[in-house]
Structures are given as C-alpha cells and as structure tokens.
Design a protein. Structure first.
Length: 234
C-alpha cells in the first residue's frame, strides 16, 4: 500500500453510512475519518485513492463523495476533487428507442409497463439518442430484487418517482433482450478510484453523503493519500 496510516483520510474501521459526518479535528477520528495536515501539495499534487468493499448492501443506496481542503480545521472547507456517484445493485437494460432520452431523464425512474420493474437511471447509451431506431443499454440502480427487466419487448417509460409515479420523463422505448448485471467497471464494490488534486491549503479531509437516510450503508470504505495513484484507477 503506497500510503501509511498518517495519510489515511478514512481508515475503513467503521461503516460509511447515512449518519457519516466529516471530521473537524486532527484527533477525533470518528467513523475512522481524519483531517490531515498536508501543508499544501506542491504543483504536482496528491492522489486521493478510494477503495470500496466488494459486497453490495441494499437497493437504491447512493453515495456522493469528495475531497475537501481548508486553511482551518473547523471551517472554510472547499471541495477540490469529486469521486463518481456510486450506486448499489447496478443493472443494464438493453433497449430500443421510440422517443430519445434527454439529460433530465438521468436520475429519474425507468419503469416497465407490464412487470412494474423499477430502476433509477444512472446512464443512457448515446446510441439511444436516435429516435425510433436507437439501440443500446440503459444502466439502472435496482429498487428491489425483482427489478430485473427480463420481459423482452416490455414497454419502457421514464417516471419522476418509483412504482410508475409522478410526471413522465421524455424517453420511451422497449426492452430489447435480457437485462444483465452491469460490467464490473461501473459496479461500486471491490474497486479502486483515484482523483488527483493540487492545493495551497493546509488541511484535507474526505466527505460523503450516503442516501437514502433510512438505511444507506457502504461498509468499510478506505480513503488514502499518496503522491502517485494505482495503475488502473480512474
């Protein structure tokens, strides 16, 4: 491991969960999180490395996380680098386009008209932007174990809320084959993610918001600092 204990921002000893709060002390270490005194990084900067545990925990869990810097331990924290948004239980749904998606459809719910399957939209294949003929994958975060979108030719629409609720979005299409687990590259579990940053600020910490507030849990996430990232990081 290219960083020692003094360069850990989150040591993985406590669950990164709904009630996580970032540290405001050099000594507290709540949730295994620490403020580190880096006395600026220099022009080449540092790499922040985030390691996620392998196991998924629950459906619809989402984590938004970042690296923050400040000249004070207790206030003035600013985001300097952000990790990708992580979802648990990602699935990819093959689809044919009737009405092409728009940017606002991402983050809404993909709804299966005959099976009532649900999933929060994470990403649309750009090929789906061709009305009437587009074919590609829609990546979704499943709401529950049964949301497998395995009914070929099932009608697909976008809704503002789960279970087909709320106003309709723009995309309309049909299932074009059998849905499958998404490739490992976008799954949260068992992966390493790297962001690089440079700052003249003195202190650095990791911050994250895990939702939904009722039960979100990403288990023992580890975040460390090093002068060079792992090969294969993003």
């Amino acid at each position: 491991m290219p960083f020692d204990a003094e360069m850990l921002l989150l040591d993985g000893t406590a669950n990164l969960a709904k009630n996580y709060t970032p540290p405001v002390s050099l000594t507290t270490g709540a949730y295994g999180a620490y403020v580190r005194d880096i006395r600026e990084t220099g022009e080449k900067g540092l790499a922040a490395i985030l390691m996620l545990p392998l196991a998924s925990v629950s459906y619809t869990n989402k984590m938004v996380s970042s690296i923050e810097v400040s000249d004070s331990v207790t206030f003035g924290w600013e985001t300097i680098a952000s990790f990708p948004t992580f979802y648990q239980y990602i699935r990819r749904v093959p689809a044919l386009t009737t009405t092409a998606p728009v940017e606002a459809d991402v983050g809404k719910w993909l709804y299966g008209g005959s099976t009532n399957d649900d999933g929060k939209v994470v990403w649309f294949d750009p090929a789906l932007s061709v009305a009437s003929t587009g074919a590609g994958y829609i990546y979704i975060a499943m709401e529950a174990a049964g949301d497998v979108f395995d009914n070929t030719s099932e009608a697909l629409t976008i809704k503002a809320a789960a279970a087909g609720g709320g106003a309709a979005g723009t995309f309309v299409g049909v299932v074009n084959g059998v849905a499958a687990d998404a490739p490992d590259i976008i799954q949260p579990g068992g992966k390493i993610y790297v962001v690089r940053f440079a700052t003249a600020k003195r202190y650095v910490r990791f911050n994250a918001t895990c939702t939904p507030s009722a039960y979100a849990n990403f288990h023992g996430v580890v975040v460390g600092l090093t002068s060079s990232g792992f090969k294969g990081g993003i």
